[in-house]
Design a protein. Structure first.
Length: 46
């Protein structure tokens, strides 16, 4: 019983951390892309 509870707990931790990672990437990707474009093509931004 303890082993099953631990397995469920770790599965939940993995799923939650995966969702947090996806959400973080979803938010950060536009900023990273805009920064890369700003460095790649500075004439547009300055």
């Amino acid at each position: 019983m303890v082993n099953e509870a631990l397995t469920k707990y770790y599965l939940r931790r993995i799923v939650v951390s995966g969702l947090v990672l996806i959400a973080t990437l979803w938010v950060m990707t536009p900023f990273v892309i805009s920064i890369i474009y700003a460095f790649a093509d500075p004439v547009q931004y300055h």
